[in-house]
Design a protein around this ligand. Structure first.
Ligand SMILES: Cc1cc2nc3c(=O)[nH]c(=O)nc-3n(C[C@H](O)[C@H](O)[C@H](O)COP(=O)(O)OP(=O)(O)OC[C@H]3O[C@@H](n4cnc5c(N)ncnc54)[C@H](O)[C@@H]3O)c2cc1C
Length: 392
């Protein structure tokens, strides 16, 4: 994995440095442009395929001064069995949801009614059964998404007839929309030589404050990857005659000596962040007082990392950077959520239950020691004319 970006004397991004897990060796790539394509941040919630998505690219980018956008749209939760990581939720459209006694939970549903599941899960277990699927659908969905059934088959559970416990796992910005602020149609960022694509970049231009499942996420990953790659290549070509001067390592927390060199316990840091971002009462629906409460601890956690010792060895370095990235991501998320005093897209505020037409702007955020958020008018120049008006 990449651990940090390299910059030239003028602050332009000029490569990356990382480690090879198997050998523990360090690698360095000098490049006149870099595309961040590290995906979103799902806070190691064990949502399907997401435990490698810890916001590393966001941290690396922020260390060279890049900005985020839409980080309040970061509370996607995937629905799945409580005993498995399979947060594929399409088939729950045929589910009925029940309490432990088998009483139907009125209003609970996957596409509509997930808030009721989140509310119930705060105090008791919730069960599902795909009992609304007829015989034809049952046969079809087994072939449509075979991996959906693997955990059921392993445990000998028939999801069409038996009630099974469900949970909501945080998928954060993976099926949220916030990410690196894209400033040009070539997916450039606010930092020279740095480009962003896929889930690492904000997807507000294509779907506003809500993505959910479906094709637009992969479509964005592929198209933004193409644009970012082309943009980065053009940039590198334009700079090909630039000197090959000294480069500087831009990474900090978890990599460099500090004044105190206190031990960096990555597992504890991850747990501390999860305690702030997993609870439905803090993140599914946000409220000013709980955001303040969490930010107090998250800010203190960041400060403690700033006095921690650098990681020893490749494995520890990867873990330390993942943990630090999660702390940073949580702080951009919650600071942005504090500023958006309305309910819009996936961002829900307990005190402001409806959309506010006066807040039809982006929230740009950034900073590491001091996290900041500013409002920005929606830049319609990034959206093709035929789609203008469609974005949230
Ligand atoms: C359960 C689930 C179901 C989904 N279903 C759909 C769907 O049906 N349709 C759809 O369009 N989208 C769907 N999505 C969303 C879709 O998967 C993502 O939008 C898409 O994978 C994003 O692609 P990406 O390349 O930007 O990031 P990713 O596919 O997440 O890839 C990022 C890569 O970066 C690597 N990485 C992370 N940190 C580092 C580092 N420091 N150094 C080097 N590498 C690093 C990771 O290991 C990973 O391989 C789903 C998501 C989930 C979680």
């Amino acid at each position: 994995p990449a651990l940090e970006l390299l910059v030239d004397g003028g602050g332009a991004v000029a490569g990356a440095r990382g480690v090879q897990r198997q050998s523990g060796d360090t690698w360095v790539v000098r490049a006149k442009a870099v595309v961040i394509a590290t995906g979103g941040c799902a806070f190691q919630s064990r949502a399907l395929g997401c435990n490698v998505l810890t916001g590393d690219g966001h941290l690396m980018a922020a260390e060279v001064g890049a900005e985020m956008s839409g980080m309040e749209f970061s509370n996607a939760y995937g629905l799945g069995p409580a005993f498995a990581s399979v947060t594929k939720s399409l088939f729950y459209k045929w589910a009925t949801f029940y309490d432990e006694q088998g009483v139907k939970l009125e209003g609970a549903g996957s596409a509509f009614g997930r808030s009721i599941i989140a509310r119930e899960l705060q105090t008791r277990r919730v069960f599902a059964c795909l009992d609304r699927a007829d015989e034809q659908v049952r046969v079809w969905i087994r072939t449509a998404q075979p991996n959906f059934f693997v955990p059921f088959d392993r445990l000998g559970i028939d999801p069409f007839t038996q009630h099974f416990p469900v949970t909501l796992r945080l998928e954060g910005t993976v099926r949220g929309t916030g990410g690196l602020h894209v400033t040009g149609r070539d997916c450039s960022t606010s930092v020279e030589g740095l480009y962003a694509s896929g889930d690492a970049a904000t997807r507000e231009m294509i779907c506003g404050g809500f993505t959910g499942g479906g094709s637009h996420n992969a479509a964005w990953a592929m198209s933004s990857g193409f644009w970012a790659g082309a943009g980065a290549a053009d940039h590198a070509l334009a700079k090909r005659r630039a000197g090959t001067g000294r480069l500087y390592c831009a990474g900090d927390v978890g990599l460099r000596d500090t004044s105190h060199n206190l031990p960096f316990d990555s597992a504890n840091v991850v747990k501390a962040v999860q305690d702030e971002v997993f609870p439905y009462e803090r993140n599914w629906t946000r409220s000013g007082d709980l955001l303040d409460d969490s930010l107090g601890r998250l800010d203190a956690l960041w400060t403690s990392l700033r006095t921690s010792a650098p990681a020893r060895g490749a494995h520890e370095a990867v873990r330390a950077r993942e943990a630090a990235a999660m702390v940073a991501t949580a702080r951009w998320m919650y600071r942005s959520a504090q500023v958006r005093t309305e309910t819009r897209g996936m961002h829900r505020r307990a005190e402001y239950k409806s959309i506010d037409a006066g807040q039809r702007h982006r929230l740009i955020s950034g900073g590491l020691d001091d996290v900041w958020v500013r409002r920005k008018e929606v830049d319609t120049g990034l959206v093709p004319a035929e789609h203008q008006g469609a974005h949230a």
